[in-house]
Every structure is written in structure tokens, then in C-alpha cells.
Ligand binder design. Structure first.
Ligand code: SF4
Length: 340
């Protein structure tokens, strides 16, 4: 059993949890279990639940996950490639970007990025995720050239690349239309575009953001379990695969979310700079065997997937590479209080 979970929390069935919820919350959760969509007020009511109601939300989300996608937890073997940390944008919350003259500014050569990509392939990666800062003097063709350089040598590797901001910067630099620019990237090897991290999609709020970095502990305080459980309840019929970010949540937090409606452990990453620079200290890399051991520790079945959630291999039985990363499972979060 993973130490991430309070044992009392794990032993409660969804039916027991539901029977202890307040009538209004129980009605909303029963409606979700029947496959009926909640309206805005219903969703809002669930977003603010606490105590026994929160336990019921989490347990029902986990049951809906079981009914929708079964007991597999998927992961992808991938590597992040952050080609530069030089950026002119100056987002207030960013701890990753540097000015071009900063001592620790870097812009990796294409040869270095190809070497990192080959290392990833040797470790079983099926995907590289490419993102970076936005340097002022970036050649408008850089994004396409980098994709082309990797794709021409490693055509079977999935290239998951560039944030909407980078795509927009490339459009600006080249003068192409967005459509033509995307077609060009696709022609040279782009496989998909990352969803990127959570954004506050409100210009007033963005403008008011504090320049102080958001600490991960605070972020966890704010979002733990509600978000993933709520996503399963509200999006179950539309988005079957819900991913957790172990870089931001830590393994304990990620495992807790995987028992609250989520079903994907994200990727091995192999190196991760952006969340780390923003204060996350849960590590940059995890081995596939470590992911599998953690998945099995909560009684679920690990499966390696590709970028598009196609299953590459199901690991029905434990293998010799599986090992719990015990040194990184030390800080425990009891995700919710159990009131009975
Ligand atoms: S690297 Fe990304 S998040 Fe950081 S300042 Fe540049 S655009 Fe903003």
C-alpha cells in the first residue's frame, strides 16, 4: 500500500462515502453516476465541498473512472527538451527565463538536442516534448528547422512541440498565416502540440499577478483532489483520460489524484526545467519501472501508452525493473480528512 494515502481514506467504499454526504451533494453525485451532466451551479457546489462531502466526491470520481476507463494507469516514456531559457516575454510568474547576458542563460545547439534525443530513444522514449523561451533575435525558421533536424534522423519519434506562444512567435517572425505555419511545422515532423500548464485565462487577473513565485506547497493546498475528482465528475463523457503532473504534485500527490478520478501518470520526462524553476522540487525524471511500481502500489495495472493514448504495452505482472522510489515518497499528504 502506498504511504501516500491515509489508510482510513482508502478503505471507505464509494457507497459508504456517498451515504455520509449531505443530501444535496449526494444528489449531485448520484446524478453524475447515472451519466447525467451537472449544470454550472451543480459543478460550482461540488467545487467547494469539504469533509465527508469531499470524501464522497473523490470516491465517486474514482468509481466513475473505474467504470469509464478501467483499472489501467497509463504513462508515456518521454523526454523534455528545453532548447533555451532566454526569453523576452517576462511573465511575472516565470522562474525559468533569463536575459541573453545572464550567466546561466543557454541556447543548446541542434547537435546537443539531437544527442539528448538519441539518449532518450536509447532509454525507450517514444516522444520528446520541445519547448523553450522566446529570444528576441530568434530566426523565424528555427522552430521548423529544429523539428526537421530531429525528424529527418529519427522519423519514428513523436515530436510534441511548442506552446501556443511559441507558435504565435513563429507566425510573427515568418509572416506566414497561422494555418500555413502549422502546416509547415507538420510537414517537417510536428506530431502534436502540448496542452501546456494551467493558465489563468483572464487578462485582468494576469495583469495583476504578483511577481512572487507561487510555491508548490501553496499550489497543492489550493488544488489537491478537488481538481482531478471534479474533472472526472464533470468531463467524464468528453475527456476519458485525465493526467496528473507528478512534477508539480510530487509522487504522493499524484498517486492521491490517481485514486480520485485520474488515470494517467504523465511521462518520464528525463529532464524538466520549467516547473523546477517555478519552485517545484519533486525531481526531473522518473524511471518507467518506478512509475509501474507506484501504480501497482495502489492496486492498479500499469500500461505504457503513446502520445495519442494508444496502448503500447500492458504490464499485467510485476517485473524486475519495478522499484518504488522510496526516497521520494517520504513526504506524505493525507489528501482529505475522514470524519468517520
Ligand atoms: S519562458 Fe515562457 S513563461 Fe517564462 S517568461 Fe518566457 S514565455 Fe513567459
Amino acid at each position: 500500500m502506498t504511504k501516500a494515502m491515509d489508510p482510513r481514506w482508502r478503505e471507505v467504499s464509494w457507497r459508504q462515502a456517498l451515504s455520509h454526504a449531505t443530501p444535496a451533494v449526494a444528489r449531485l453525485l448520484e446524478k453524475s453516476l447515472e451519466g447525467r451532466e451537472l449544470d454550472f451551479d451543480g459543478g460550482l457546489a461540488l467545487a467547494t465541498v469539504k469533509g465527508s462531502d469531499l470524501l464522497a466526491l473523490v470516491k465517486v470520481a474514482d468509481e466513475m473512472r473505474r467504470q469509464k476507463v478501467g483499472d489501467r494507469i497509463t504513462y508515456v516514456v518521454n523526454r523534455n527538451l528545453n532548447f533555451t531559457n532566454i526569453c523576452i516575454v517576462g511573465c511575472a510568474f516565470c522562474g525559468f527565463s533569463r536575459g541573453p547576458k545572464a550567466k546561466d542563460a543557454y541556447f543548446h545547439s541542434t547537435e546537443t538536442l539531437l544527442a539528448k534525443t538519441r539518449e532518450a530513444l536509447a532509454l525507450g522514449a517514444t516522444e520528446v516534448c520541445i519547448q523553450g523561451g522566446l529570444p528576441r533575435d530568434l530566426n523565424g525558421n528555427y522552430y521548423a528547422e529544429l523539428l526537421g533536424a530531429i525528424h529527418s534522423q529519427l522519423p519514428h519519434l513523436h515530436l510534441h512541440a511548442y506552446s501556443p506562444m511559441e507558435i504565435s512567435y513563429g507566425v510573427e517572425k515568418t509572416g506566414l498565416s497561422l494555418r500555413d505555419y502549422l502546416i509547415r511545422l507538420k510537414e517537417v515532423g510536428l506530431g502534436s502540440i502540448p496542452g501546456t500548464a494551467a493558465e489563468i485565462l483572464d487578462d485582468d487577473v494576469r495583469g495583476d499577478l504578483s511577481p512572487n513565485k507561487l510555491k508548490v506547497s501553496r499550489w497543492i493546498d489550493v488544488i489537491t483532489l478537488i481538481v482531478h475528482a471534479l474533472a472526472r465528475i464533470l468531463l467524464n463523457d468528453h475527456i476519458p483520460n485525465l493526467q496528473v503532473s507528478w512534477v508539480k504534485l510530487g509522487f504522493d500527490g499524484a498517486l492521491a489524484c490517481l485514486e480520485a478520478g485520474a488515470n494517467d501518470f504523465s511521462g518520464t520526462l528525463m529532464e524538466e526545467s520549467i516547473s523546477k524553476a517555478a519552485g517545484a522540487d519533486f525531481g526531473e525524471s522518473v524511471l518507467p519501472g518506478e512509475l509501474r511500481a507506484m501504480i501497482r502500489s495502489i492496486g492498479r495495472v500499469p500500461a505504457e501508452r503513446d502520445t495519442a493514448y494508444g496502448i503500447r504495452r500492458v504490464f499485467a505482472e510485476a517485473d524486475a525493473d519495478e522499484r518504488l522510489p522510496v526516497e521520494r515518497l517520504a513526504a506524505r499528504h493525507a489528501p482529505i480528512g475522514v470524519g468517520y
